[in-house]
Design a protein around this ligand. Structure first.
Ligand code: NOJ
Length: 749
């Protein structure tokens, strides 16, 4: 008997495990394998599509029960159409699950994840994921391929924009907040969608920051820095995990049994399913790890991959592999059980069309409430890098403001590269934001100055920057700057300069931007630089010579309004860098939580002496380190106190610090707590973030901030790869960034 969707039954009444087993017992091997196959639509393509793919053929396969999931099929009409084929025309009527890259918004765009991570505001991050879930779910999406939780230490890699930055503790907290935001407490609700912890694992460690490259990643780093966000996401109930393009130790991740089966499924008890990244099964042949697609498919299933995104390996070869006895059918059953379980949890067997809600799609998507939330996220993501002459906040009384730079007038770049269903050019530009903010008496004039690209490319195409050196807009911009009270100069990157497949060997300002900055700086000393970018920009002249710099990243739909609020003091900036800004590309990767060497870079050594770890042509520090971010007020840290200086394994210590707002404006500070294990069986980082708290303080007011230290705070994965704390001394550090810290010592006995 065919199991058809049954709208009468609700999820509470179903014992999912027995329903899955029941269904599994009715499925042919071919139908089971069908569940493990995922196809993309042919009209919204996010990876290399095989040649000659035919949309009708894909639809036909749905009716034959050969497809379990589709990606890039969005909108009520499209998802309903495809779902109907599965429900009404396939033998068992098993619903499809629709996946989509809802990375930082669906139609209402939030700041790119790297920017939002600079808010260090977990509630806000959870809320933005929830809104993205609500909007995409209303359009028929069940499952997002987010959050990306790869540690990003290399700004050459265009995908640093997509993650939580360079730090594992912060990145883990953010990953969990995003998972919770997407999934809520109940996956069967209409405003929640399944999340994906990706890319498992090590993708951020590709050599040279060149996307899809091989990785150099040691086991110490893997366990202590790369895996923790994934483990925490599994503990938080993430529904799926996506594997990655790279290899580790010469084994492509998709064929890596240790990583997928041992660590993820067995050790961590992950109950969801593993989706491959796009064609990673097929790419095992290109890696020269499998002789053909058949062998790659066999390796993938044995290693633990459950659903095949776009390689068609499972579809074409798994039946034969199982029937020949090379792989036991129980491997297939296990994968299908995991996939069907999620479909049950989402409530798709109760009502396969429940996420297709025209009313919600019309009323909720891009609504005012969501755009307000996006503005709040944008405000909190902005990082004030430098305000040396206290030029900010600006007075709204200025008579004439020159807004210069094509990025200032750009309504598209703030939307970012992973833009889901965002309406192109729908963001509030910086120019519009400033115009909205000041009164009619203020003259706001714009000049483009430079041009970056020739226009928005297809998602699969590189941005054309061949005209970026053009200087034909210089005269006009310089003249305007000279004639204005102040200049707000937007510099940075267009959105399609970063993101997947968009690695760069240079991470400075492209084209004529720096030259223009120098010219403008000659004619007006009141220049505010607003950076709009996806990855950290390494441009020493800019940071050293300009006194006022606001890092605004790509802030989403409300970008310009949020930047204007900060520029004119209606919002006091509170963002802190989630990734260090290097001085130059040669320093990359540069990150605060590095291991010490035998000749430490931080030692105070005569710079002319050569036998120590340093560069002879560059400073040792980054331009701005992790955790840096100023405010319009000043916070003073004092009285770092410990409840005890020693603790046993089962005890705890409280460390507290007094933070005082000694400026004259209310502000929010992110208090950061770091440790350093002074002697251990495996070298530990010179400092590691272990906690943070955001506090808001009125001028003159102070607050004591407390952090708890237990053995887990001090623990790490040592040589035997188990989590343990080792007795000995630890430095405890607290401050407003990773450099300026008050320090005390404790001992674990
Ligand atoms: C490849 C990307 O690496 C992955 O993150 C994304 O989810 C898939 N393509 C689907 O678009």
């Amino acid at each position: 008997m065919a199991v058809k969707a049954n709208p009468e039954k609700t999820e509470e009444h179903i014992d999912i495990a027995s329903a899955v087993n029941d269904l599994l017992s009715k499925m042919t091997l071919e139908e089971k394998i069908g569940q493990m196959n995922q196809y993309s639509s042919t009209w919204d393509i996010t990876g290399p599509m095989p040649e000659g793919v035919d949309e009708q053929e894909r639809y036909q396969k749905i009716t034959e029960g050969k497809v379990g999931s589709m990606l890039n099929v969005v909108g009520v009409d499209a998802t309903r159409k495809a779902q109907r084929l599965a429900i009404e025309h396939s033998r068992l009527g098993i619903p499809l699950i629709f996946g989509y890259d809802v990375i930082h918004g669906y139609k209402t765009m939030f700041p790119i994840p790297l920017a939002e991570s600079c808010s260090w505001d977990l509630e806000l991050i959870e809320k933005s994921a929830r809104i993205a879930a609500t909007e995409s779910a209303a359009s028929g999406v069940h499952w997002t391929f987010a959050p990306m939780m790869d540690i990003g230490r290399d700004a050459r890699w265009g995908r640093v924009i997509e993650g939580g930055g360079e730090d594992t503790h912060l990145g883990t907290k953010i990953a969990v907040a995003r998972v919770k935001g997407f999934q809520g407490n109940d996956l069967s609700r209409k405003d929640t969608i399944a999340a994906t912890a990706k890319h498992f694992a090590g993708y951020g460690f590709i050599v040279g920051g060149r996307d899809y490259n091989t990785t150099e990643l040691n086991t110490n780093t893997l366990y202590n820095h790369v895996l923790p966000p994934f483990k925490a996401s599994v503990e938080a109930g993430v529904a799926t995990v996506m594997n990655s393009f790279n290899d580790i130790d010469g084994i492509p991740v998709t064929g890596n049994t240790h990583l997928q089966r041992r660590i993820l499924k067995e050790d961590w008890g992950f109950e969801g399913f593993i989706i491959t990244d796009w064609n990673t099964i097929g790419e095992m042949k290109k890696h020269q790890y499998a002789k053909d697609l058949r062998e790659a498919s066999k390796r993938a299933i044995l290693a633990g991959a459950d659903m095949d995104m776009e390689s068609q390996g499972f579809e074409f070869f798994l039946k034969e592999i199982v029937e020949s006895g090379e792989v036991d059918e129980s491997f297939v059953d296990e994968a299908v059980r995991r996939i069907l379980t999620l479909k049950f949890k989402l409530g798709l067997f109760d009502d396969p069309y429940k996420y297709c809600d025209e009313h919600l799609e019309k009323t909720k998507v891009f609504c005012k409430e969501h755009r307000d939330a996006s503005k709040e996220a944008a405000l909190k993501s902005i990082v004030l890098l430098k305000n040396e002459k206290n030029q900010l906040p600006l007075s709204k009384e200025a008579k004439s403001i020159a807004v210069i730079g094509s990025l200032a007038d750009d309504k598209d770049t703030p939307i970012g590269t992973w833009r889901a269903q965002a309406i192109p050019f729908s963001a509030v530009s910086l120019l519009e934001g400033i115009q909205n903010k000041v009164s009619d008496d203020v003259e706001v004039r714009f000049s483009k100055g430079y041009t970056l690209s020739t226009g928005i490319p297809e998602f699969t195409q590189t941005l054309d920057l061949s005209n970026a050196d053009d200087r034909s807009g210089f005269d006009d911009a310089i003249e305007l700057a000279a004639a204005s009270d102040m200049v707000i100069l937007a510099l940075g990157e267009e959105c399609f300069q970063s993101g997947e497949g968009r690695s760069q060997t240079e991470i400075g300002l492209k084209g004529s931007q720096l030259d223009l900055l120098k010219e403008i700086n000659k004619v007006n000393k009141n220049v505010i630089v607003v950076l709009i970018n996806g990855r950290p920009i390494a441009e020493p002249w800019l940071y050293e010579n300009m006194s006022t710099i606001l890092e605004c990243w790509q802030l989403g739909s409300e970008s310009g309004n949020a930047i204007a609020d900060v520029l004119f003091g209606d919002f006091n900036p509170s963002g802190k860098l989630a990734i260090s800004i290097p001085r130059n590309v040669g320093q990359v990767p540069i990150y605060y939580n590095r291991n010490n060497t035998g000749r430490p870079i931080n030692d105070d050594i005569d710079p002319l002496y050569v036998f120590w770890s340093h560069y002879i042509d560059s400073e040792k520090t980054p331009q701005y380190s992790f955790g840096h971010g100023l405010s319009y007020t000043t916070f003073e840290y004092s009285n770092l106190e410990l409840s005890s200086q020693t603790m046993k394994m089962d005890e705890r210590i409280f460390v507290s610090v007094e933070v005082k707002n000694i400026g004259n404006m209310k502000g929010t500070e992110t208090v950061q707590f770091y440790i350093n294990d002074l002697y251990s069986s495996t070298i530990r980082p010179i400092k590691e973030l272990k906690g943070f708290t955001k506090i808001e303080l009125e001028p003159g007011k102070s607050n004591r901030v407390v952090f708890e230290i237990t053995w887990e705070t001090l623990a790490f994965y040592g040589p035997d790869r188990t989590l343990a704390a080792e007795p000995g001394e630890f430095e405890i550090m607290i401050g407003g960034n990773s450099e300026e810290l008050l320090t005390q010592k404790i001992e674990l006995i």
